[in-house]
Design a protein around this ligand. Structure first.
Ligand SMILES: [Zn+2]
Length: 335
């Protein structure tokens, strides 16, 4: 399975939190050849089991992406949208979006002067409007309705020396890596569950319910982490192209030392380069798996990324490929 090709396929079906059914079928079809059973649960998590007689390992990659939802119509055919997941409104003016129905549009600021004075997180989604090309409110209401959702409308580009620049590397790059890992896992006693989770960007929801159902002996999430290697970054030491990172801590949890050790030894015993990660902000599905049931030892493999939650999230293709290899080896290793 090719990492970039798989990512591009997932990107075509990018689905915002709560609307994962849009892309879930594609993921289930890609996963089916590499597991014994694929199930989509009540919340929409895609749970893929590769049966074993030993300990249960749950690997989780969230498949939801950040996006937008129509919340009101305005005069002359323009729309107001609210955010799904974390956006910085001051960065959104001029960005192209597409609805799951295919309707396209562009976000723009109501007042340039006003947006500039509201720098950083102070700008709000209500400082922007969405133009879908409708000539009137009546026409706009024929094209979309309140509650309809949209995603960024940009293609993936391979740039420079092996970098991939695209919206939704967070977290479709991890989904692609998890699919690649599934295709690479060799014979093992471990009972493996690969879960493509819903609503991570809305508060780690799908991982919570799926971890409850699976009751794993070890939890491993895979997600993007902020690289600290571009101008102004102050997020630790992780760099693009130096291998996947093994998380020790972020703002949502301290990973269980046994889980960190399991991942480090899986890398070291197989000659996989990795980086140590301590991130000062952010959170991942790891945090909700950790506190499920009576508590589950949990760790996280991270793909280093720049410009996370923008239209140009940038990762190293090699880091993504190596994250897949690391996951596969961690799944095979005895607990
Ligand atoms: Zn993420």
């Amino acid at each position: 399975m090719n990492f970039v090709k798989t990512f591009r396929t997932l990107l075509e079906n990018a689905s915002p939190s709560g609307f994962e059914a849009h892309g879930a079928k594609t993921i289930a079809d890609l996963a089916a050849p590499y597991c014994d059973k694929v199930k989509i649960d009540a919340l929409g998590n895609v749970i893929c089991r590769k049966k074993g007689s030993g300990k249960r390992i749950m690997v989780a990659a969230h498949m939801d992406v950040i996006g937008f939802m129509v919340n009101r119509f305005e005069k002359d055919g323009f729309l107001q949208v609210t955010n799904i997941g974390g956006h910085r409104a001051s960065r959104l003016s001029g960005k192209k979006v597409r609805f799951l129905s295919g309707v396209q549009g562009v976000l723009f600021e109501r007042s340039d002067a006003e947006l500039k004075t509201k720098t950083g997180d102070k700008a709000a989604m209500t400082d922007l409007f969405l133009d879908i090309g409708a000539a009137s409110e009546e026409e706009a209401r024929k094209m979309v309705r309140v509650g309809d959702v949209a995603v960024f409308d940009y293609e993936a580009k391979e740039i420079g020396d092996g970098l991939l620049m695209s919206p939704y590397c967070d977290n479709l790059a991890s989904c692609a890596a998890m699919l690649c890992a599934m295709s690479q896992v060799k014979k093992t006693e471990n009972d493996l569950y690969f879960v493509f989770t819903v609503q991570e960007e809305q508060g780690l929801k799908g991982s919570k319910t799926s971890a409850h159902a699976i009751e794993p002996d070890l939890g491993i999430a895979i997600d993007l982490t902020h690289a600290g290697d571009c101008p102004g970054a102050a997020d630790g030491e992780v760099k693009l192209g130096k291998g996947p990172a093994i998380k020790v801590k972020d703002a949502s949890l301290i990973c269980t030392p046994e889980a960190v050790e399991h991942l480090r030894r899986s890398a070291e015993e197989n000659g996989i380069s990795y980086q140590d990660e301590v991130l000062l902000r952010g959170g991942t599905d790891t945090a909700s798996i950790l506190v499920s049931r009576d508590g589950v030892p949990s760790g996280c493999v991270s793909i280093p990324g720049r410009y996370i939650h923008s239209t140009a999230e940038t990762i190293s293709v090699k880091d993504g490929e190596q994250a897949a290899v690391l996951l596969a080896r961690a799944c095979e290793k005895e607990l």
